[in-house]
Design a protein around this ligand. Structure first.
Ligand code: HEC
Length: 202
């Protein structure tokens, strides 16, 4: 029994010493048995640091660093350029699926202003946007694909830009469809395969 009382007294003492001082305020830093790395100097983003010679905390990326998925080595495919000139032609093969994609995107993003046939008579013309050009002018028929790509990427005048809405391949697909529209309005008999001429009554 003696031991029990001694143990009981010790237990009360231990409990008091652990919990008894909770809530006490002290200006001193708390006592930490295993500090690990709890307490260390801190540098905030865009702050200054005496550690680096240039005095900033943020390090610049190594020169030539490219974010994953942003490597744009192909000037034609991403900037429409061929050296100093606007590139002519397409950076990829054009097949039916590319034209279908271009048609779909054209219908969504361009037809409101440029019209379903590319004549510039979209619904916005009746609302006062009179400056939308027709794709069937010689100027736009002769324009290099790369220059058109640049216009789609960055916009021009009252026309917005499409670099966020259309990926680079989609912009090329739209241009391919634009070319198809231009040919559709400027066809000659030579464009019609001989086997199909009869159907047209020619
Ligand atoms: C809000 C109406 C509008 C929409 C939508 C629009 N355009 Fe235009 N587009 C214009 C206007 C206006 C111009 C004339 C810009 C200028 O020359 O100042 C123009 C000019 C152009 C030109 C000629 C650029 C030049 O260098 O003269 C091309 C090519 C063109 N648009 C293609 C497109 C394609 C492709 C789309 C769809 C991705 C599209 N546009 C969407 C209004 C629009």
């Amino acid at each position: 029994m003696k031991y029990f009382y001694a143990f009981f007294a010790l237990a009360i003492l231990a409990t008091l010493s652990i919990f008894g001082f909770r809530g006490d305020k002290s200006a001193k830093p708390p006592f930490i048995l295993f500090p690990d790395m709890d307490d260390q100097s801190k540098f905030k983003p865009q702050g200054s640091s005496p550690f680096f010679a240039d005095g900033r905390t943020d390090r610049l990326p190594v020169p030539g660093t490219v974010a994953r998925g942003f490597l744009r080595e192909d000037d034609h495919a991403y900037f429409g350029k061929d050296g100093e000139e606007w590139a002519r032609g397409f950076p990829m093969a054009i097949d039916q699926s590319v034209l279908d994609r271009g048609e779909e995107m054209y219908g969504i993003y361009c037809a409101v202003c440029h019209g379903g046939t590319g004549d510039g008579n979209g619904v916005t013309r009746s609302r006062g946007m009179l400056v939308t050009p027709s794709f069937h002018d010689d100027r736009l028929r002769d324009m290099a694909e790369g220059e058109i790509f640049h216009t789609l990427t960055n916009g021009k005048g009252l026309m917005g830009y499409y670099r966020d809405k259309l990926s680079a391949p989609d912009r090329w697909a739209v241009i391919a469809y634009m070319r198809a529209l231009q040919r559709s309005q400027n066809g000659t008999i030579d464009d019609v395969p001989p086997s199909a001429r009869k159907e047209l009554g020619l």
